[in-house]
Design a protein around this ligand. Structure first.
Ligand SMILES: Cc1cc2nc3c(=O)[nH]c(=O)nc-3n(C[C@H](O)[C@H](O)[C@H](O)COP(=O)(O)OP(=O)(O)OC[C@H]3O[C@@H](n4cnc5c(N)ncnc54)[C@H](O)[C@@H]3O)c2cc1C
Ligand SMILES: NC(=O)c1ccc[n+]([C@@H]2O[C@H](COP(=O)([O-])OP(=O)(O)OC[C@H]3O[C@@H](n4cnc5c(N)ncnc54)[C@H](O)[C@@H]3O)[C@@H](O)[C@H]2O)c1
Length: 470
C-alpha cells in the first residue's frame, strides 16, 4: 500500500474534476486526480461531445437532402456508420485535452482506479491511500434506468451505449422528452430513422412553453412522433421488435429503445459516511460555497446535486478554487447559468423563464421581445422562425429565452448581462453589425425602451417644447 500526501485530492476526471485539477496545479497546489473509468467523463465520452457530433452529422444530411434557394436537394439515405465515425473522430480530436498525459504534464498525479473514503481525511484508490488537506467529489452522474416492468429483460440503450450503435435503427423509440431525448430524436431522424418519443408529462417541460412549442413543432414537421402524457409502464420484446406500453393502455412498436429519463448521481460506493459527508439521492449535500458537511470536502458538477451541465461543473471549479487555494470565501450563483438544447432550431435559456419571473416579480416584470421574422439575416438565410424574449425588472434583465437559429450563441450576451448585473441600456447602447442574427438582442433591448420613448406623452411634450427653442 503506498501512502500519498497532497494538498488537493480530486475524485473524478470529468468536466468538474479536470477543471479543478488544471486550475489548482497551475496555481501551485499539489494535486492528485483519481479516475475509475475514462478521462473526460460523461461530456467527452457519452454526453455533450458525441451528441453534438451526431447532431451535426444529422444536420448535414438534412441540409443535403433538403437543398434550398434553387440548389436541388439530394434525398439519399445517410451513411449511419459514417456518422458514427464522425462522432468517434470528434471525441478522438478533443481527448488529448482531457488526457492523463496532459494532466501529468501539468504536474498532476493521476491515479486510474476507483476511489472511496476510508476516514475524514483519507481516500483509498487501489493500492494508494491519499491524505489531503482538501478533497473534491467530482464523480458526476449516470443514466437513471427506471424500474419499468420488463425493461431489464429487453435490450435497450442509454447515452452510454447509443453512440456505439453502428447499424441504423429502423425505428427508435425514446423514453423521455428532455434534452437528451429531443437531441437524440432529431439526430436519428435526420440520419434516416423513424423516431417516436414517449414523454410521461410534457416534452421539453422545463423550458419556456412558447419556445418549446416552436422546437417541438419543427421536430414533428420532420416526422418525429412526440407523444406527451405517455408514461411508460411496461416494455417487452427483443432487439428489432420492441413493444412499449403506457399507463393509459396505448402501445408503441419499434426496433430499438433509448432510455433518457434523467440522471442518477454517483455517490454510492464512495463510503461518504466514513468521511461524515452528507448526501441524498440528488447528490452530495453542499452549502452555497459547495462545501459538504465535512469542511475538508467539496463537491462540484453533477455530484453537487444542482444543474447538470458541463459549464456548471467548470463554473463550480472556479468557485471552490478560491477557498481551497487562498482561504477566501466564495459562493456559487445559479441565477446567471445558461443552458441550450441543440436541436434545430436551438432553444436557449438563461436566468428566469417568463413564468418564473412573473411568479417572482409580478407586475414589476416587463417582457421585451423580438422575433426572427423581422431579423434581416434570418430572412436571408431562410431561418426566420423563433424569437428572443427578455425578462426585465427595474431596468435589468433577470432572464432571457431565445429559440431559433444559433440561439446558443445569441444567449451569451444575456448571460454576460445577468452575470454582471448590467442594465438594458448596456445592450441598447451597443452597435450591432448589420445584418446579423445578433441584432435580435439589440432589438429586444430596444423593445424595452421604445414604449418609454415612443408612447410617452411627457417625451412628446418635451420634444415639442425644445423644438420651439432650437
Ligand atoms: C447525452 C448527454 C448530452 C449532454 N449534453 C450536454 C451539453 O450539450 N452541454 C452541457 O453543458 N452539458 C451536457 N450534458 C451534461 C454534462 O455531460 C454533465 O453535466 C457533465 O459531464 C458533468 O460533469 P462532472 O464532472 O460533474 O461529471 P462527469 O463528466 O460525469 O465525470 C465524473 C467522472 O467521475 C468518475 N468517477 C465516478 N465515481 C468515481 C470513483 N468512485 N472513483 C473515481 N472516479 C469516479 C467517472 O468515471 C467520470 O469520469 C450532457 C449529458 C448527456 C448524458
Ligand atoms: N444540451 C444540453 O445541455 C444537454 C443535453 C442533454 C442532457 N443534458 C443534461 O442531462 C440531463 C438529463 O437529461 P434527460 O433528458 O435524460 O433528463 P430530463 O430529466 O431533463 O428529462 C427526462 C424526461 O423523461 C420523462 N420521463 C421520466 N420517466 C418517464 C417514463 N416512465 N415514461 C415517459 N417519460 C418519462 C420526464 O417527464 C422528463 O421530461 C439534463 O437535465 C441536462 O442537465 C444537457
Amino acid at each position: 500500500m503506498s501512502r500519498i500526501k497532497t494538498d488537493i485530492c480530486i475524485i473524478g476526471a470529468g468536466s468538474g474534476g479536470l477543471s479543478v485539477a488544471a486550475g489548482a496545479v497551475q496555481m501551485g497546489a499539489d494535486v492528485v486526480l483519481i479516475e475509475a473509468h475514462k478521462m473526460g467523463g460523461d461530456c467527452l465520452n457519452y454526453g455533450c461531445v458525441p451528441s453534438k457530433a451526431l447532431l451535426a452529422a444529422g444536420h448535414k444530411a438534412h441540409a443535403t437532402a433538403q437543398g434550398a434557394f434553387g440548389t436541388e436537394g439530394h434525398p439519399t439515405v445517410p451513411d449511419f456508420a459514417a456518422a458514427k465515425d464522425h462522432v468517434q473522430a470528434t471525441i478522438d480530436h478533443i481527448a488529448p485535452v482531457d488526457s492523463q498525459e496532459r494532466f501529468e504534464g501539468l504536474g498532476v498525479r493521476v491515479i486510474r482506479d476507483r476511489a472511496r473514503f476510508i476516514s475524514d481525511t483519507e481516500v483509498q484508490a487501489g493500492d494508494h491511500v491519499i491524505t489531503a488537506r482538501r478533497f473534491v467529489i467530482a464523480t458526476g452522474s449516470r443514466p437513471f434506468v427506471p424500474p419499468i416492468p420488463g425493461l431489464d429483460a429487453v435490450p435497450h440503450h442509454t447515452n452510454e451505449t447509443i453512440f456505439e450503435l453502428r447499424e441504423r435503427p429502423e425505428h427508435l423509440i425514446i423514453i423521455g422528452g428532455g434534452p437528451i431525448g429531443m437531441e437524440m430524436a432529431q439526430a436519428h431522424r435526420r440520419l434516416g430513422c423513424k423516431v417516436t418519443v414517449l414523454e410521461g408529462q410534457e416534452a421539453l417541460g422545463r423550458d419556456d412553453p412558447e419556445a418549446a412549442a416552436i422546437v417541438l413543432g419543427a421536430l414533428r414537421a420532420e416526422g418525429i412522433e412526440i407523444v406527451d402524457g405517455a408514461q411508460v409502464s411496461a416494455v417487452s420484446g427483443t432487439e428489432g421488435a420492441i413493444r412499449v406500453e403506457t399507463d393509459d393502455g396505448r402501445s408503441f412498436d419499434g426496433s430499438h429503445l433509448l432510455v433518457a429519463v434523467g440522471r442518477q448521481v454517483n455517490v454510492e460506493g464512495l463510503d461518504l459516511d466514513k468521511a461524515h459527508v452528507g448526501f441524498d439521492r440528488r447528490g452530495v449535500t453542499v452549502d452555497s460555497g459547495l462545501r459538504s458537511t465535512n469542511r475538508r470536502v467539496y463537491a462540484v458538477g453533477d455530484a453537487a446535486g444542482g444543474l447538470q451541465f458541463t459549464h456548471v461543473a467548470g463554473y463550480h471549479a472556479g468557485v471552490i478554487i478560491r477557498p481551497m487555494l487562498f482561504g477566501l470565501p466564495a459562493k456559487a450563483r445559479t441565477d446567471h447559468i445558461p443552458w441550450v438544447t441543440y436541436t434545430d432550431p436551438e432553444l436557449a435559456q438563461v436566468g428566469l423563464t417568463e413564468a418564473e419571473a412573473r411568479k417572482k416579480h409580478g407586475d414589476r416584470l416587463f417582457v421585451a421581445r423580438a422575433d426572427f421574422a423581422h431579423n434581416d439575416r434570418a430572412i436571408a438565410t431562410g431561418q426566420a422562425q423563433g424569437f428572443a424574449k427578455v425578462m426585465v425588472v427595474k431596468g435589468r434583465p433577470v432572464g432571457a429565452t431565445i429559440v431559433g437559429p444559433q440561439a446558443g450563441e445569441l444567449i451569451q450576451i444575456w448571460a454576460l448581462a445577468i452575470a454582471n448585473r448590467l442594465k438594458m441600456s448596456a445592450i441598447a447602447g451597443m452597435v450591432a453589425p448589420y445584418p446579423t442574427l445578433g441584432e435580435i438582442n439589440k432589438r429586444a433591448a430596444g423593445a424595452y425602451f421604445s414604449p418609454k420613448l415612443f408612447d410617452s406623452p411627457l417625451v412628446k411634450r418635451v420634444v415639442r417644447a425644445v423644438q420651439r427653442w432650437l
